[in-house]
Design a protein around this ligand. Sequence first.
Ligand SMILES: Cc1ncc(COP(=O)(O)O)c(C=O)c1O
Length: 287
Amino acid sequence: MSRIAYVNGRFVPKSKAAVHIEDRGYQLADAVYEVWALFDGKLADPEGHFVRLERSLSELSIDMPMSRAALTTVLREAVRRNRVREGLVYLQVSRGVAKRDHAFPTDPVAPAVVVTVSRVDRASTEARAAKGVGVITLTENRWGRCDIKTVGLLPNALAKQKAREAGAVEAWFVDEMGLVTEGASSNAWILDGEGVLRTRDTQANILRGVTRLTLMDVAREAGLKVEERPFTPDEARAAKEAFITGAGSLVLPVVSVDGKPVGDGAVGPVAMKLRRLYIERAKATAV
Ligand SMILES: Cc1ncc(COP(=O)(O)O)c(C=O)c1O
């Protein structure tokens, strides 16, 4: 059971876990987060997530609440207490609690830290991957700093809800140039007609997905050509394959875009191979 949360230095039953009503994360989305996949009770892609966490915090001038080593201990202890082997670990760090004011508190406050752990049923996620999922496209309407992993996720949440209402699993944002940026909670990829794996470059306003980065390496190691080159929804439909990546979705085949098939509409072998290779790599490097 995943029933224990870590809140500001204490492990508490989730039903009693609470943050202050003047937490700046709650009032102003002045907070960042990270999500690690858990394989056999171990944190996947540890380095990548810590690097991004430190970057997100530094972009907002929030201090790391504790050292990487101490944070790793907290995350692992949360996993242990919840007895979860396959799942996700969620960490949120807000600027802290202060009387409501848009500008930062003038007297320093300690960052507020929350950790929760959830279980993932790998059998059902594998079954979903084997069938593939649909995505819809929506006009990009998020702020200009999607590279910072903040909890300001309202456009992402609304996009995900629209996807669900359309019978799809993810929404891809499309920018003013007609190019896919990324998903509401994942990065977007295609295997184009020339057999090149393409995903959006990080000069664009996207989150630098940790899974994306590891997969670029895994794919190159497997002899595939990878380019950080954007694509349109039409190019995705004309592609051989498409998929999304993220700590939650891992590598998840996409078989339709706006209800129209990608390629022949079947789950492709390359996406499934990359899923297997990514999981192997993640398991081998998890801590
Ligand atoms: C908007 C967005 N893009 C991409 C990703 C994938 O990032 P990662 O692979 O680090 O989980 C996420 C993950 O939550 C996300 O929210």
